[in-house]
Design a protein around this ligand. Structure first.
Ligand code: FAD
Ligand code: SF4
Length: 513
């Protein structure tokens, strides 16, 4: 009689120890995990991202083995490693008699295609199963918006709250309002002392040495003896506890604030733990709600609602958009932007304080918070007309949490408006006024935030008007943008000409800014 044996693939971002696959030890099942060059080389990654993923994967594989599961692990330097997912799978299937192959649905379209192609040629049975991580399935968002003209995040968010009973009481709002955005988003007072972030002290030198022994190209720096990111579920839970206790009470208030040398303020830094599935979004939300219930005097409701919205709203929404719109989404360039990324995006060497700080901390920590990504680096790239492929390449590489499903929807969609308004209803661009309102950057900048033209005029000011002038035919009709053109039309002709001339000068000399 033929013995049934199953080979199950666990990808590097599927470190979900609570997946039903692992409920019981089954001697007929072999799990395979692998560190492969196709994954290290599809983008120019930050060194902390490459190392962080591999350390977390190794730890996960060890914990599976310790629990009694049979695991095959291909490390980067394993001579048997064929350095691609299909090649390693084929090798295992050739060497042993398996009767079934199984994988969890990948989050990335690229990997989905690789696995579908692989399975199409398999002579044995196969199946793909849910990752049991998200609130939604891939097609939930598309089903929800079927027949509707716009894909408004707020309506999706409300539906998610209703469906999953989050911050609801028997189908009714806990408080009278869905969204408390207007209570959030304050500038940090100068005298405020920020609570230092919880960082870990992981020694990741062995993996760094293995990566350094290859010709894998990376960016950024790493302190391998004191690696700060959580690399397993225990550390991820510690970071979650720290967040709800020390950061949630001020999360919403200072969600959009930016302060030099303060790299994460009251943000959770849970994106790496969640995107690798070491933590589930539902347990993060449950922990935040429980902390609020236990101590409503310390955590105002608007802080909690702002946080919940990011996860059950934006995170699930972006995933739904990705699966609804890929692969076309990856080719969109509504504004026909073609410029290269300024050189200093890779070094942080610019006189613009906001960009120097945001890029500098990204290279140092593989992290920047949302408003730095959106309103500093993203804002500038959009104003400068950088090609969306180049912008995507940068974001996909530099952040430890960057996986295409959540990177491209944020970058090409929300930040670069290359989707023409699928994700956001207007481009996220601003002059110096917004950055100054939310940050402490401008006061010590080489450039003058108040100047629009002339020596040391802040580049954001002229580039902002140049952007709107250049894209008038595509943007003017939008009801959320029309006001900008009214202001532009009211300006004197010579002032407009001076602004456009200043912008042209900056764009021509962009690498010297
Ligand atoms: P917090 O501010 O503490 O927020 C809590 C959680 O909410 C995050 O961990 C994240 O899971 C979720 N969240 C918040 N905003 C968003 C959003 N817009 N989309 C999806 N989830 C959100 N996020 C990634 O996880 N990977 C990326 O590659 C990524 N690229 C981005 C690129 C650009 C241009 C922009 C503007 C945003 C990007 N984001 C990305 C979204 C967001 O900036 C990060 O999720 C967040 O900064 C991660 O830090 P945190 O965990 O401290 O978040
Ligand atoms: Fe950035 Fe302009 Fe402010 Fe300088 S003045 S920090 S370049 S917005």
């Amino acid at each position: 009689m033929k013995v049934s044996r199953t080979l199950r693939l666990v990808l590097g971002d599927q470190l979900n120890s609570r997946h039903s696959w692992f409920d019981a030890v089954d001697d007929s099942v072999t799990y395979v995990m692998m560190e492969v060059r196709t994954e290290t080389d599809y983008a120019l990654h930050h060194i902390q991202k490459v190392v962080g993923f591999f350390v977390a994967m190794r730890g996960f594989s060890e914990s599976l083995s310790a629990a009694g599961h049979h695991v095959v692990y291909f490390s980067l330097d394993d001579p048997a490693n064929r350095q691609s997912i299909p090649a390693n799978l084929q090798q295992l299937l050739d060497a042993e008699t398996y009767t079934q192959f199984e994988y969890q649905y990948p989050d990335e379209y690229r990997v989905d295609v690789i696995l579908k192609d692989f399975c199409a040629a398999l002579p044995i049975a196969w199946q793909a199963v849910e990752t049991e991580h998200f609130y939604t399935r891939r097609e939930t968002l598309a089903d929800f918006f079927a027949g509707k003209k716009t894909l408004l995040m707020e309506s999706f968010y409300r539906e998610m709250r209703r469906k999953h009973g989050v911050l609801m009481d028997c189908g009714q709002l806990l408080t009278g309002q869905w969204n408390y955005d207007e209570d959030n988003r304050k500038k940090l007072p100068r005298e405020h002392r920020v609570t230092p972030p919880l960082v870990f002290d992981n020694d990741v030198s062995p993996i760094l040495s293995a990566v350094n022994a290859t010709d894998i190209n990376t960016i950024g720096t790493i302190d391998a003896r004191h690696f700060v990111w959580p690399v397993n579920r225990e550390q991820s839970l510690q970071l979650l506890d720290f967040f709800v206790e020390a950061c949630l009470p001020l999360f919403g208030s200072y969600q959009d604030a930016m302060v030099p040398q303060q790299w994460s303020l009251y943000h959770s830094r849970l994106s790496f733990s969640m995107n690798t599935k070491m933590l589930a979004p539902a347990e993060v939300i449950d922990a935040a709600v429980a902390a609020w219930q236990a101590n409503p005097d310390a955590i105002a409701y608007h802080q909690l609602e702002g946080f919940v919205r990011q996860i059950i709203g934006w995170r699930e929404y972006m995933r739904g958009i990705y699966w609804m719109k890929m692969p076309e989404f990856g080719t969109l360039n509504f504004l026909d932007h073609q410029a290269p990324l300024p050189e200093w995006y890779w070094t942080g060497k610019t006189k613009m304080h906001c960009l120097r700080d945001s890029i500098g901390q990204s290279l140092q920590w593989a992290y920047a918070h949302h408003i730095q990504r959106l309103m500093v680096t993203g804002n500038f790239a959009l104003l400068a007309g950088v090609a969306p492929d180049a912008v995507d390449g940068w974001y996909l590489g530099i952040y430890i949490d960057a996986l295409e499903w959540v990177e491209i929807t944020n970058t090409r969609g929300m930040s670069q408006f290359a989707d023409g308004g699928i994700v956001g209803t207007k481009p996220y661009v601003s002059s110096a006024a917004y950055i100054d309102r939310m940050s402490h950057y401008c006061g010590t900048c080489y450039y003058n935030k108040a100047k629009k033209t002339g020596d040391k005029a802040c580049p954001f000011n002229s580039l902002y008007w140049n952007f709107y002038d250049r894209h008038r035919d595509k943007l003017e009709r939008s009801p959320r943008i029309g006001m900008v053109y009214k202001l532009w039309d009211r300006m004197k002709q010579e002032d407009k000409a001076a602004l456009l001339e200043q912008a042209t000068f900056y764009l021509t000399n962009i690498d010297k800014l």
